[in-house]
Ligand binder design. Structure first.
Ligand SMILES: *[C@@H]1O[C@H](CO)[C@@H](O)[C@H](O)[C@H]1NC(C)=O
Ligand SMILES: *[C@@H]1O[C@H](CO)[C@@H](O)[C@H](O)[C@H]1NC(C)=O
Ligand SMILES: *[C@@H]1O[C@H](CO)[C@@H](O)[C@H](O)[C@H]1NC(C)=O
Ligand SMILES: *[C@@H]1O[C@H](CO)[C@@H](O)[C@H](O)[C@H]1NC(C)=O
Ligand SMILES: *[C@@H]1O[C@H](CO)[C@@H](O)[C@H](O)[C@H]1NC(C)=O
Ligand SMILES: *[C@@H]1O[C@H](CO)[C@@H](O)[C@H](O)[C@H]1NC(C)=O
Ligand SMILES: *[C@@H]1O[C@H](CO)[C@@H](O)[C@H](O)[C@H]1NC(C)=O
Length: 874
């Protein structure tokens, strides 16, 4: 989607309702195709991105001064069609199918008096607003109203399509109607599960426009949380399972947005679109048990439904056998914990029964039970909280080790390879997979293409954003060629670090993870760990770097030689004096990370085509979602330590070639970049980036009649008074032309002079040196390339002038004070020999510079040096 379209969309969703609106071509002014006035013209409102929902439609009805929103459709041209009720609406309810009834008469809305309204009338209203039959209607359900005025007594037969079609008469004794007697109405569920014996299991259907149809969900957001919302909406128990089934042929369905299911109450706010699809969704909810307020669907406070209402269970009425039955009933693994008050205190359990399960029953209500004895002795803190173990639904296969291999997921009792439908798969996902399997750190991840298609489970990538979410994922049946392989380390991991290559070290021994004591761990050990998790060599290791741990327990002293491939391959011995290891001494480790991106094709490492290293192969990069901007480029420049982004563009190559496809949000921040997992593919596009740190650092040399040429980088340079000298600025050849500015400064004085660069150098000549020449000199190289000005500054050269000042020299130098133009003989001709020696020096200086810690450009390839040598030889 391009930016204009995005803007347009935002406008539509957020501000359309402030525009002037109308509905056209419908049976009334409250029904029809939505149009808005745009610069004086009426334009149809379109919803090509399926973005309209109940809230936006309700807003339109409100603005049109119509009643409740009844339906929302798109025609073939994506035009929005809305049906609002004409003269009835429900207000202040929890959803669109409940609220206080208001009727429009004489252009104004008023409440209806309870005594003027009966069950038949309610049926008509619920039908009119597109909801299920009425389940409750009574006064003051949804807040008190002004005392209903102008009320009529309705005399519906029940089959009318609108309330104002019913006959009515003036309400008798109107004055006797108090505010608390305004009709509140609740229309019933518009969803159901069909096709199974229980009302809590089966194919999901929705009632809309008086028609029940199977539901198809915009599946990208359909997960176990949505299913739980359906179960709750039906007043069933926990979500047990869900699957998507493919029908033999297409048929009419109600197609809904998955955010309909964000919460139980919103369900009735769903406005489906009519469509033909071959998908439907089957759901199983438990009938009469549920776990509430837990951290996932397999844990929580137990509630049992008896006599149409849910209540907690008293701890003393519930034992391990009972827990086994409940965990089985909700489709989780065997119970691991059950005790009171684990998941918040409940109302004191009432009407509790003591359960007498044998453990093999399939449902709690199949167990025999008896009235709980001494019920009054059960306090709120004793409501049963239950944790069922969750079964692993993923595994890695195909390698010797359970912590490496192709990712598979089990669904409907079938293991299949996994593919991600939204093509976003990152090292973070890999880390979640590794964590979920209780393996160590994520070491590598790749996707591979299979020779032939085969059944896979399609999932959304954010299934793996965190370990817990993944259990809520609902995979879709499908076929594909791709599979994903992960390698996790087996028995070491770094936790709480800023990236995958740093953190507090934990080692798994005897099925549990523990920290390592600083004194049991040395540099060789660190080298092995960094290698094992596929990071660069260790740069730091010390205690308490990444948060304090529990004092390391059961720690072993590692005796690695440094070349082992895994820490547990090192010999080790029981740590001596273990008790002396405090929490602050748990090993924190930082392994250096290797750069996995570079810019190529230009004279500078800070400009050019973006390439990425993946599976040991450098390839150009393309962004799969086409989104590429200065922020992305800025992240690349920052990552390469090249300053800020100056330009970013996509350029087309002559032909397709292999690239690494990435998602643009890989570049949201520098740190995320290393977590990107690219895809294999072909493209004829390149990403070109120019960073502000384009230029290498110029070099500065001092040449004097007495001492020859020297660099002033390390210590200050000293000149004999009266000697002639020159300062030479030079830069490694990157771009033609440019200029050098020589900046001279003392503590109270700054001046500068500029010369054009000739052969990437400039020579600033000075006559007899005097004290006024003492100070700091710097070369700044300026060049205009790629339509931008760039500059780069040299190290300082500190010059001191020593010796007796002769009167004659003082005279001449005093007349022009310090760094005056008159003292500089402008360079007209550069002697070739001079230049040669400068370049030789340059080369030497660079070699020295390579080992210097202050050097920022240490990794400019040897290719550049080679070309320098060539030039020197000329
Ligand atoms: C069920 O509830 C009804 C009314 O709320 C009550 O009359 C009845 O006794 C209850 N039955 C049981 C078994 O608790
Ligand atoms: C549980 O009870 C239901 C009916 O209440 C029955 O159909 C089912 O067979 C029972 N199952 C077991 C395992 O007892
Ligand atoms: C491993 O754990 C078990 C039980 O937790 C314990 O009995 C055993 O001694 C442990 N072994 C080692 C080597 O620590
Ligand atoms: C490390 O240990 C594993 C078995 O524990 C063995 O297969 C592997 O060869 C060892 N590697 C090295 C380098 O010692
Ligand atoms: C700078 O300061 C020095 C003394 O610190 C003084 O001799 C000199 O004249 C000053 N130069 C200028 C240009 O102000
Ligand atoms: C260079 O000198 C000019 C005047 O000659 C001055 O305007 C400019 O600010 C100076 N630049 C620097 C970097 O000192
Ligand atoms: C620049 O260097 C080249 C050789 O590298 C030489 O031929 C040429 O004359 C030089 N130009 C100037 C203006 O010195």
């Amino acid at each position: 989607m391009d930016q204009t379209a995005l803007m347009l969309l935002l406008c539509l969703c957020s501000s359309a309702l402030s525009d002037e609106l109308r509905l056209v071509a419908g049976r009334s002014r409250c029904v029809g195709r939505l149009e808005k006035k745009d610069l004086g013209d009426w334009e149809p409102v379109t919803d090509w991105n399926w973005n309209w929902n109940f809230t936006s439609a309700a807003g339109a009805c409100r603005q049109l001064r119509c009643g409740s929103v009844v339906s929302l459709q798109r025609d073939e041209d994506d035009n929005v069609e809305i049906v609002c009720s004409d003269s009835v609406r429900l207000v202040q309810g929890t959803n669109r199918c409940s609220g206080r009834l208001e009727v429009k008469t004489n252009q104004s809305w008023s409440s209806v008096c309870e005594k003027d309204f009966d069950r038949q009338d309610a049926e008509v209203v619920c039908r009119e607003i597109g909801c299920g039959p009425p389940s409750a209607h009574q006064g003051a359900l949804y807040g008190e109203a002004e005392a209903p005025v102008g009320s009529r007594e309705f005399l519906c037969e029940g089959s009318e399509s609108a309330l104002l079609n019913c006959s009515s008469r003036k309400s008798s004794g109107r004055n006797s109607c108090s505010p608390g007697q305004a009709v509140g109405l609740t229309c019933s569920d518009n969803i159901r599960l069909v096709g199974e014996a229980s009302r809590c299991a089966g194919r999901l259907e929705m009632l809309h426009q008086e028609e029940w149809r199977p539901v198809d969900v915009w599946y990208r957001y359909w997960n176990m949380n949505s299913v739980a919302a359906v179960c709750a909406g039906l007043d069933c128990g926990s979500a047990v399972s869900a699957r998507n089934s493919k029908e033999a042929s297409e048929r009419p369905v109600w197609w809904i947005r998955s955010d309909c299911f964000q919460s139980g109450s919103a369900l009735k706010n769903c406005l489906p679109y009519g469509r033909h699809r071959d998908q439907s969704h089957e759901i199983i909810c438990s009938d009469s048990v549920r776990l509430v307020q837990g951290t996932n669907r397999c844990s929580g406070r137990l509630e049992v439904k008896t006599n149409q209402s849910w209540s907690s269970v008293c701890e003393k009425d519930f034992d391990l056998q009972d827990a086994e039955v409940v965990c089985r009933e909700i489709g989780c693994g065997p119970p691991s914990v059950h005790q009171g008050a684990l998941y918040g205190e409940a109302e004191a359990p009432v009407g509790s029964r003591e359960f007498l399960c044998e453990g093999s029953e399939s449902a709690l209500l199949n167990c025999s039970s008896r009235k709980s004895s001494g019920r009054n002795s059960c306090s709120p803190g004793q409501a049963v909280g239950l944790t069922c173990s969750d079964q692993d639904n993923i595994r890695l296969v195909g390698e010797a080790n359970r912590c490496a291999g192709r990712l598979e997921m089990i669904q409907q009792e079938e293991w299949r390879p996994v593919d991600v439908m939204d093509s976003y798969w990152a090292m973070n996902s890999a880390a979640a997979v590794c964590a979920d399997l209780d393996c160590g750190s994520a070491v590598s991840a790749r996707n591979s293409k299979e020779a032939s298609g085969r059944p896979v489970w399609w999932i959304r990538s954010d299934c793996f954003q965190s370990g817990s979410e993944e259990k809520n994922c609902l995979p879709f049946d499908g076929n594909n060629y791709r599979s994903y392989e992960f390698i996790c380390s087996d028995s070491v991991r770094l936790v709480q670090g800023t990236n995958r290559c740093s953190g507090r070290l934990e080692v798994k021994t005897n099925q549990s993870w523990s920290s390592v004591c600083e004194k049991d761990f040395d540099l060789q050990d660190a080298e092995v760990v960094c290698r094992e998790i596929s990071c660069g060599p260790p740069s730091v290791h010390q205690g308490a770097l990444y948060g304090e741990a529990e004092a390391p327990v059961g720690s072993r002293e590692f005796l690695c030689e440094g070349s082992e491939s895994a820490l547990l391959n090192c010999s080790s011995r029981k740590s001596s004096g273990r008790n002396s290891c405090s929490p602050g001494q748990a090993v924190g480790l930082t392994c250096s990370d290797q750069d996995n991106i570079r810019l190529v094709g230009e004279a500078s490492r800070c400009a050019g085509r973006l390439e990425m290293l993946h599976q040991e192969e450098w390839r150009p990069v393309d962004v799969m979602d086409g989104y590429w901007n200065m922020n992305s480029a800025a992240a690349v420049c920052a990552e390469l330590d090249c300053g800020s982004a100056v330009s970013a563009r996509k350029s087309k190559e002559a032909s397709e070639r292999p690239v690494w496809w990435i998602r643009f949000d890989c570049f949201q921040s520098g740190s995320a970049l290393k977590n990107c997992l690219p895809y294999d593919g072909n493209s004829d596009w390149s990403l070109e980036i120019i960073c502000s740190g384009l230029l290498v650092e110029p070099l500065i040399f001092l040449s004097s009649s007495t001492d020859g040429v020297s660099t002033g980088r390390k210590q200050g340079s000293e000149l004999l008074i009266g000697s002639h000298f020159s300062i030479i600025c030079s830069i490694r050849p990157q771009y033609e032309g440019g200029s050098f500015q020589l900046i001279f400064s003392t503590s109270n004085y700054t001046q500068n002079q500029t010369l054009p660069a000739v052969n990437h150098s400039a020579l600033f000549l000075f006559s007899a040196a005097g004290h006024a020449h003492q100070g700091t000199y710097r070369c700044v190289y300026h060049v205009y390339v790629f339509f931008y000005n760039f500059s780069s500054i040299s190290q300082p050269l500190n010059l001191t002038v020593s010796g007796k000042l002769m009167e004659s020299i003082r005279k001449s130098s005093a007349s022009v004070s310090a760094f005056p133009t008159a003292l500089i003989i402008r360079l007209v001709v550069v002697l070739l020999g001079m230049l040669g020696s400068v370049l030789l020096l340059y080369f030497k200086a660079r070699r020295n510079q390579k080992s210097g810690p202050e050097n920022n450009h240490h990794d400019e390839g040897s290719r550049a040096e080679g070309s320098l040598e060539e030039e020197t030889a000329v």
